[in-house]
Ligand binder design. Structure first.
Ligand SMILES: Nc1nc2c(ncn2[C@@H]2O[C@H](COP(=O)(O)OP(=O)(O)O)[C@@H](O)[C@H]2O)c(=O)[nH]1
Ligand SMILES: [Mg+2]
Length: 681
């Protein structure tokens, strides 16, 4: 019998804070649907998801897990996303390929605010969502308090679909409000139907009425029925629930205990009945119905065996192994189960598959057999908030590291790797310390390359505060013809931001024209490292006098004497350290704004103002000037102050004098430090 599958294959993203139980839910779904026959546990490090060394070592997801299964004859691909904000790019890129999301959260009202950024991301994508309140076995408070906390953090109206059944302290099952049936959880199995416990009947009626009232907001007929006290037929209630979900008007809330398969079958049935087909996602992404085969890349992996795999969702037509997409031949087409792959011949609309060896394809790319296909929108790239300086442990590995990095950057759009010319360091930047540590670990596990990491240097500069006139003579007589140069320089401070200015004040040809650029070059060379050990800026140097020798003077001797005059003169000019100040914009929920103000002042910052965050009701943006050195670990403190949701962006603003103990420390560190990496972070 052919499978009933009017919607085609569907894709469900499992999203939510880390540790809420997404990977556990995926494992239980795969077991419940017969895709795997051994149920793993995250704590025992044997789940289908999180199979990479980096995820196993941390006991948490650090990348997307993709698994395709079938439930009651219909194909579903689950995208188990990492919950940590540091890996949010994976999540954002994956969401581009979803028909719906299951927001997995813990049964704890205090944690509800951490869902806000996620709900907002789903709103922006117009992505239908189910809320799955997990770990209900541990819930102690009332379900309505929990529901109210969730609703307070979701712009989308939520509809509670189940209430818990308790035995003593423990939640052991649920009542389905649409069906008005009660079930008892059975670990590892589908829940068992029971009678609605007598003590819960009144609660059930009250919550069901609340559910129907919400639905009535979107349906006049239901509203009339409720006003006239007519009980609406169950079928029409269910139909209404699917319609409202697929139009993204409401989000149903289900309960469960993923680790014992509680609520998993109920959730699967809801996904099967209520998730819209891939046609909606294709339409939403602007894919025309007619045209050549088209797929959207959700993730890029360089597998351990060396091959590149592009995880892509087919949105139109049939993609076949061996077909040419964007000018490259698909070499292998796979159905995915975590790290395992199974070869397929082809994939149709809605399918999520791995495509082998498309070397030019990147995450977010639109693949097609047609030339000049209009590219679909990519998820925005998360800005970097944390950086590490990176050096090869073995210098011979440098070239290999940069080519391995190219691959890691292809896998993760929020990673950046670049050379900072000011501090002469290679910088790895991204979304947090763990994000970067995982990248460094991957260099080792995937490519066998070891690196040393440290805190990046801050590009301090220095300036002078006094004008000095300094003569210098360079004379060397070493048989044959010697070297001779003589200059007098006036070294003068300039206002902040002026940079370096060289003036020629020579009259009467005491220094011949052709030697003057050479003297300037000597001065410039000196400026790279001033008296305190940092680049010297905001200075005017005027060549006011000099002497030359017909035979012995050369460009070389004037370059040398230019540098010598600076070496002798600059230390007498009252040098001062300059520290870079950046302008930061810190975004937090407004009840944290006071904490941010305190944080800014502790970090020697200066508040410039604050404003409501555009498009984020209840959030503020604090604008401030902060010393750059204070932003190196700002994100760590900011996240710990704001339950993980605070973010910031920064850009260079100006240089500012730094004096006293802090300046002494910076100067001492500079003069003792070997070149390159220092102070391990
Ligand atoms: N008590 C309880 N623990 C659970 C439940 N689901 C998951 N866990 C545990 O929660 C932890 C985090 O689970 P995991 O699936 O890795 O969460 P993820 O970060 O959302 O993928 C693991 O120790 C799980 O065993 C549940 O329903 N009840
Ligand atoms: Mg996980």
């Amino acid at each position: 019998m052919p499978a009933r599958n009017p919607m085609g294959p569907r894709t469900i993203a499992l999203v939510g804070p880390y540790l809420s139980g997404k990977t556990t839910l995926l494992e239980n779904i795969l077991f419940a649907t017969g895709r795997i026959n051994r149920l793993g546990k995250v704590d025992e490090k044997n789940t289908t998801g999180d199979s990479s060394a980096e995820a196993r070592a941390r006991g948490m997801s650090v990348e997307l897990n993709v698994a395709t299964t079938t439930f009651m004859g219909e194909t579903f691909t689950f995208l188990d996303t990492p919950g940590s904000i540091e890996f949010a790019q994976e999540t954002a890129d994956a969401l581009q390929g979803a028909d719906a999301a299951v927001v997995v959260c813990e049964a704890d009202p205090n944690r509800a605010p951490s869902l806000v950024p996620l709900f907002k991301a789903l709103d922006a994508l117009d992505l239908p969502r189910f809320v799955f309140v997990n770990k209900i076995d541990r819930a102690s408070g009332s379900i309505s308090d929990l529901f109210d906390a969730l609703q307070a953090n979701s712009a989308k109206p939520l509809v509670l679909r189940q209430i818990p059944v308790r035995e003593g302290e423990h939640v052991t099952g649920y009542i389905d409000l649409a069906q008005e049936r009660a079930y008892h959880y059975k670990p590892g199995k589908e829940s068992e139907r029971i009678d609605i416990p007598a003590g819960e009947a009144a609660h059930e009626k009250a919550e069901r009425a609340r559910m129907l009232e919400k639905l009535a907001d979107f349906d006049d007929k239901l509203m009339e029925q409720l006003l006239e006290d007519v009980t609406p037929p169950k079928d029409s209630v269910l139909a209404q629930l699917s319609k409202d979900l697929s139009e993204d008007l409401i989000a149903p809330v289900f309960l469960g205990a993923a680790d014992r398969m509680g609520g998993v079958h109920r959730l699967l049935k809801a996904l099967r009945h209520e998730t819209p087909g891939s046609a909606r996602a294709a339409r939403n992404r602007g894919v025309d119905e007619l045209g050549e085969p088209l797929a959207h890349v959700l993730k890029t992996v360089h597998t351990a065996r060396g091959g590149k795999l592009s995880v892509a969702r087919v949105l139109r037509g049939v993609v076949k192994d061996g077909m040419t997409l964007n000018g490259e031949r698909v070499s292998g087409l796979f159905r995915l189960l975590g790290a395992a792959t199974e070869k397929l011949d082809q994939a149709g609309p809605g399918d999520v598959v791995g495509l082998g060896r498309l070397e030019k394809a990147h995450t977010g790319d639109t693949l097609s057999t047609a030339k000049g296909e209009k590219p679909l929108a990519k998820a925005p790239v998360h800005p970097p908030v944390y950086a590490l300086a990176l050096a090869a442990t073995d210098r011979n590995d440098e070239v290999k590291i940069s080519s391995a990095m190219t691959k890691l950057l292809e896998e993760d759009r929020s990673l950046r790797f670049y050379h900072d010319d000011e501090t002469n360091e290679w910088i790895l930047a991204g979304c947090g310390e763990m994000h970067l540590r995982v990248a460094a670990d991957r260099l080792k596990s995937k490519f066998g390359l070891q690196v040393t990491t440290g805190r990046p240097h801050v590009p301090y500069k220095e300036a002078i505060r006094k004008t000095v006139t300094q003569p210098a003579r360079f004379k060397r007589q070493s048989g044959g013809h010697g070297q001779f140069g003589d200059v007098t320089l006036e070294i003068k401070p300039l206002p902040r931001g002026s940079g370096f200015r060289f003036e020629n004040g020579i009259v009467g040809g005491v220094v011949p024209k052709q030697f003057i650029p050479a003297a300037e070059e000597g001065v410039s060379e000196y400026l790279k490292r001033g008296p305190l050990g940092f680049p010297l800026v905001d200075v005017a140097v005027k060549l006011v006098d000099g002497k030359y020798h017909d035979v012995d003077s050369s460009e070389m001797s004037f370059k040398t004497v230019g540098r010598m005059a600076m070496q002798e003169g600059a230390p007498k000019c009252d040098p001062v350290l300059l520290e870079p100040i950046v302008q930061v914009e810190i975004a937090v929920p407004s009840h944290y704004t006071n904490k941010v103000n305190a944080l800014v002042s502790v970090r020697r910052g200066h508040i410039l103002g604050f404003d409501a965050r555009d498009g984020w009701p209840g959030w503020d943006v604090v604008t401030a000037h902060l010393p750059q050195v204070e932003t190196r670990d700002l994100i760590i403190e900011l996240r710990s102050l704001t339950a993980g949701v605070g973010t910031f962006t920064s850009k260079f603003d100006h240089l500012q004098e730094l004096i006293g103990r802090l300046a002494d420390e910076v100067i001492a560190a500079r003069t003792t430090e070997p070149h390159g990496l220092h102070a391990k972070a």
